[in-house]
Design a protein around this ligand. Structure first.
Ligand code: SF4
Length: 505
């Protein structure tokens, strides 16, 4: 997807962004180091902050900081997190400002001891819950929705965390993949619809691991065991692993955007490899929207799988028509509006030798605001493309997400305002086609029964929200004055690498 921190190299911010990755280990002598490696594998899910909490059974230590995993942690910091239990988090802020106080895991002390919590997702009733808790005396440390879970746990009359956590989970609504720990126990839970992914794995020495994506198991040498089921809570402690249905499961609604864009291609979701699904989406697109062309190219990196599927199904050569600069970091200064095309060229370039004189099929995974698509089409034309035919491996993106993905406001979504033909004209393509909602559902689930039965969340395409979003459509947002560490450009160097906080309890 163009414009993401991962996909199109931040080409103007024209994209939904991932909303965090979580990782947890129980029973490994170097749990923090494993978590560090696991967070590296999940870095695509969030680049704003990273944190690890570890316990040696007596003391709980943690470190969090702003920036990439490589910026926040080094050998010394990992060595300062001893123990065989650890959880970690990489964050892209969907609720609450991007600042250190909002970095996760959240760590709190309460009468039951120390509790640490890492959350991927978005709670649609967090604002109401927070307001009630504050009325009753709770003092919040952050502006993130996840903190309400910690407060509800802390107020529970249940002594054991594995009894208190389900109480909290029965009160929150929305999307969550959670890893939680105290001094001796690791817990993992998933919301009743399973919006966000969460898998369980095991190391050869018997240690247990949970992660947002299975690519983190491959990277750390763990074997995939199974997915944490919607509404399920898994508990691991000295007595072993046990599972309870913490919340009654709802309709299965894994985020379809995980397949389209968010998850890494080497991850598996619900038993299906993400690259293979993207390739199948591209192939379906080729069958449904064929076009006479000389080459197929994908917007790197996230659309390459779909482009290869399109090319294979259409019998048109797949070419590397666009080259991405992989070294544009978070601190890249966004160009002024007048110099935007220059900025795009720095991040993405068209290969003239490949493009010149060719009728090009340009495959992308989505169009959000349309600004980046227009620039990419323009790049191809300037490189001499005879024709540019855009094919999008998802339906028109018309509605915001409330379950854990940061999207533009509805008014900024180009497909909410324009017809496909108007979008084609706006981005300057010779033709434009989107995958239909039915084709997307059939390809991802292998089931032909949409819309009678929907087996994954597709609310940003259909507007059909599984969990009702109240008030301001459920977005949990607190007004706050930007703290000093956010003064200046949002991604500027002042929000410096390695700034962090560490503690031991
Ligand atoms: S609304 Fe869209 S991005 Fe959000 S969970 Fe549903 S499918 Fe995913």
């Amino acid at each position: 997807m163009p414009g993401s921190p991962r996909g199109g190299a931040a080409l103007g911010g024209d994209a939904p962004r991932e909303a965090c990755g979580v990782f947890g280990v129980w029973g490994h002598p170097d749990a923090a180091r494993l978590t560090y490696y696991g967070l590296y594998a999940l870095q695509h899910r969030g680049q704003e902050s990273a944190g690890i909490v570890a316990s040696d059974g007596e003391r709980v230590s943690f470190h969090r900081g702003m920036g990439l995993v490589s910026e926040v942690f080094d050998d010394e910091r990992i060595a300062g997190l001893p123990g065989s239990i650890a959880i970690g988090h990489v964050r892209y802020s969907t609720t609450g400002a991007s600042r250190l106080a909002n970095a996760q895991p959240i760590v709190v002390r309460y009468r039951g001891g120390t509790l640490a919590l890492a959350h991927n997702g978005n709670l649609v009733n967090a604002a109401a819950l927070r307001s009630t808790l504050e009325d009753e005396g709770s003092i919040f440390q952050t502006t993130v929705d996840s903190e309400v879970i910690a407060h509800i746990v802390a107020r529970s009359r249940r002594d054991r965390l594995e009894e208190a956590l389900p109480e909290a989970l029965r009160q929150v609504r929305g999307g969550y993949a959670l890893v939680v720990m105290n001094r001796d126990t690791l817990l993992a839970a998933r919301d009743p619809n399973g919006f966000r992914p969460l898998s369980l794995g095991r190391y050869p020495d018997g240690a247990w691991v949970v992660a947002s994506e299975t690519c983190a198991f491959d990277s750390t040498g763990a074997e995939f065991v199974r997915e944490v089921q919607p509404g399920e809570m898994v508990v691991v402690d000295a007595a072993g692993l046990r599972s309870t249905q913490a919340v009654r499961p709802g309709k299965p609604a894994l985020c379809v955007f995980e397949y389209i864009y968010f998850a890494r291609p080497d991850s598996n979701l619900e038993g299906r490899n993400v690259h293979a699904v993207r390739k199948a989406l591209g192939a379906r697109l080729a069958r449904d929207f064929p076009v006479e062309a000389d080459i197929v190219t994908g917007v790197p990196d996230s659309s390459v799988s779909a482009a290869s599927g399109y090319a294979e199904a259409a019998g048109i050569p797949l070419e590397m028509g666009l080259v991405k600069n992989r070294y544009i970091g978070r601190t890249f200064i966004q160009p002024s509006a007048s110099a935007r095309d220059f900025g795009v060229r720095l991040k993405l370039n068209a290969l003239r030798k490949v493009i010149e004189g060719k009728r090009v099929v340009l495959v992308d995974d989505s169009i959000v605001r349309g600004t980046t698509s227009k620039r990419i089409v323009n790049l191809l034309r300037q490189a001499g493309a005879a024709e540019v035919h855009m094919r999008i491996s998802s339906p028109p993106y018309r509605h915001p997400c409330y379950y854990g993905i940061d999207t533009s406001a509805e008014g900024e979504l180009i497909a909410a305002r324009m017809s496909v033909e108007e979008i084609r004209e706006a981005v300057g393509a010779d033709s434009l086609a989107y995958l239909s909602t039915r084709a997307l559902h059939e390809t991802v689930t292998g089931l032909p029964d949409w819309p009678v039965a929907e087996r994954c969340c597709m609310a940003c395409f259909t507007g059909h929200y599984y969990v009702p979003v109240d008030g301001a459509r459920g977005k949990y947002a607190l007004e706050e004055t930007p703290p000093p560490d956010r003064a200046g450009p949002a991604d500027g160097p002042r929000r410096a690498a390695g700034r962090g906080g560490r503690c031991r309890w």
